[in-house]
Design a protein around this ligand. Structure first.
Ligand code: SAH
Length: 332
């Protein structure tokens, strides 16, 4: 039995069945807290290609200039994984040394294992870590988050009831009820969007959220587990498989608007990256590169913008102070 399952069973024994959100929170804390899953269980856009983080670095510089080039300002990343996205973004931003001088880097990360990787990768940038976004200092702000929201817990509703995880007759973990039409919500994700939006409105700035999920709110069960790159049972081995659920961009945008921010998008990752010039960037990297590098660059480009894959499944949403112009990549 995994350590997370032990915690979950103890909680059920004491308080009765856990909501799906409570189950997901315990599983995620154990999962991310005990390993670096990138590459082993799943991969992400910044791990696929340096181009992803580089283009986001350029995005940050353009947004910072539109904000009036505040110095200092906070550049915050939520769930930075191995620190690859931030490292690539900061390298691309070397073209704007005044941006780098003004940037105070803050990382929101709960996993000690991944914090250690980030510390190694980003040592030169002297980042500060926080367990939650609320502890990031108040200042003009740029936030980036790739595949962060999908890991935050969702609740599942069946009719007027919250779906729960309990112990079945055979002693295994089961969903209660086992079936029925499911609607997902995520109070914690909405709180994050609202909290970011309040900061952007109070101090100026913008946030870029890239994740997977439908453009419009959809019904159904999107909870999925992945281990070793393959689909895994959601209830078996909690804490040993990556548990995610679709991000409901429309609800995040609504929460941000209710807090006074502008929300633009979501736009498919494919359109976002192409508008930022990913094809030109790829061509530049390919020019003069050896054959194998050219082939792997072409494959990475195709993967990031694939019409039948990441390019459309993943989307970008921008939140911004209402006075800021439409951020790059979101132009109509
Ligand atoms: N952004 C990275 C990693 C994505 S994996 C990339 O694109 O490669 C999800 C990241 O969010 C991990 O770094 C994980 O440890 C972190 N994370 C998950 N839940 C979190 C929480 N509740 N608070 C802060 N960080 C969290």
């Amino acid at each position: 039995m995994t350590p997370a399952e032990r915690v979950i069973r103890d909680r059920i024994a004491e308080h009765g069945p856990l909501t799906v959100g409570a189950f997901m929170r315990i599983a995620a804390a154990h999962y991310y807290g005990s390993r670096d899953p990138l590459g082993a269980d799943f991969t992400t856009a910044p791990e696929i290609s340096q181009m992803f983080g580089e283009l986001i670095g350029v995005w940050c510089v353009v947004v910072w200039r539109a904000m009036g080039a505040p110095a200092p300002f906070v550049l915050a990343e939520l769930g930075p994984g191995r620190g690859t996205l931030m490292a690539d973004a900061l390298r691309a931003a070397q073209a704007a040394p005044e941006f780098l001088r003004a940037a105070d880097i803050h990382l929101v990360e709960t996993s000690p294992v991944l914090q250690a990787k980030q510390a190694e990768r980003l040592a030169a940038a002297h980042p500060t870590w926080h367990g939650r976004f609320g502890d990031v200092p108040d200042a003009p702000l740029i936030v980036i988050a790739n595949e962060f929201f999908d890991a935050l817990p969702v609740e599942q509703h069946v009719g007027t009831e919250l779906r729960r995880v309990g112990i079945g007759d055979d002693g295994r973990l089961v969903f209660i009820p086992a079936d029925g039409a499911i609607q997902e919500t995520s109070p914690i994700r909405e709180q994050y969007a609202a909290e970011i939006a309040r900061r952007l409105v109070a101090h100026s700035g913008a946030a870029l959220i890239v994740d997977y999920g439908p453009a419009e709110t959809a019904s159904g069960d999107s909870l999925q587990a992945v281990a070793g790159g393959k689909p895994h049972s959601v209830l078996a081995d909690p804490g040993a498989a990556d548990l995610t659920a679709h991000v409901d961009f429309a609800t995040l945008a609504a929460a941000a608007r209710a807090a006074g921010a502008n929300a633009v998008g979501p736009v498919p990752q494919r359109s976002f990256l192409r508008r930022l010039g990913i094809e030109g960037r790829a061509a530049k990297l390919m020019a003069g590169a050896p054959r194998e590098s050219r082939d792997s660059l072409a494959a990475a480009l195709e993967r990031l913008i694939a019409l039948d894959g990441m390019g459309t499944l993943f989307k970008a949403l921008a939140l911004a102070h209402p006075a800021l112009p439409t951020p790059p990549g979101f132009e109509p």
